[in-house]
Write a protein that binds this ligand. Sequence first.
Ligand SMILES: *Cc1c(COP(=O)(O)O)cnc(C)c1O
Length: 372
Amino acid sequence: MTDFIPVNQPLLDGKEKQYLNECIDTGWISSEGPFIQKFESEFAARVNRKHSIAVTNGSAALDAAIAALKIGPGDEVILPTFTIISCAAAIVRAGATPVLVDSDPLTWNMDVSAIADKITPKSKAIMVVHIYGLPVDVDPILKLAHQHGLWVIEDAAEMHGQTYKGEPCGSFGDISTFSFYPNKHITTGEGGMLATNSDDLAARCRSLRNLCFQPQKRFVHEELGWNLRMTNLQAAVGLAQLERLDEFAARKRRMGQHYTQLLLEVPGVDLPLTSTLYADSIYWVYGLVLKEEVPFDATEAMKRLGQHQIGTRPFFWGMHEQPVFKKMGLFQGETYPVAERLARRGFYVPSGMAITLSQIEQVVTAIKDILK
Ligand SMILES: *Cc1c(COP(=O)(O)O)cnc(C)c1O
């Protein structure tokens, strides 16, 4: 019996322990510690941003981004239906209305050509979410946003180390957000980041992160914020991870290329696109989509792979099909066929930072077996 291969395992064998020990030895464990500023400034430099603001997780970063841009009741935000709940949740919680677009069948990212038709006088922002490995074609979105006076929020949670036309993902639009969950390219256990070039937006994000305490009258509040502060312990791990980002990105690309090589001739599955005109995939996860001819769906494929000791995860389930939003009366009668097919036919296989080439070979053997 072979060992179970988990869908994700992080690599923590750099300076993580050394930096954590520094936190313990000095007693600096809260958000006031020195690793926070170090992590923020090195992260900002890495994504070509003037400011970075470390927060508790990537979902909270989206909440803060929406609040910093003062998006609220009566406003509409355009985003892909095929994404994580955090994106739409941030919009809905702010009292604004999410407006969805379908996916591009090849990149799985939002279909950029479908955005213009969704713009109305109520539109306030476009939320760009890079999905699974390839960046969204950002330039036409920035142009549209400029023409219509819309904010751009870039969710780069799955893209640390990826570029679009040579520029870092997370450097586009008004505010970008990141996650450091353990399945992301760099991790702090839990954690997130906001990045922006605007002094004003950065100040708003810092204030929202810290309960909107005021520098002069600390306990007098003009606005409601949250406690979204990252700890020095997390930032210590994050800094050690960030030091290895280039190596990590190269590992991810080797992982993806190895899967593709071994799966190229396997019938029954569509493989992720390896590149576009503006980027090579970084394979945040290695996703597979079952072809029409396969008589079962992703749920069954994942069950069968589980019996072969292979961990998997389903693809995102479109926002327009979420019971929680249907109960609110959102997205009535809307259909997005590409996202619906991806949700039912797509899943991803072990693709974490610590995966070995021989584990990849084991996964591929199992995939071939269940598709026989
Ligand atoms: C992981 C992820 C998030 C949420 O990040 P958390 O840190 O888990 O809250 C947001 N957006 C995208 C695209 C993600 O992949």
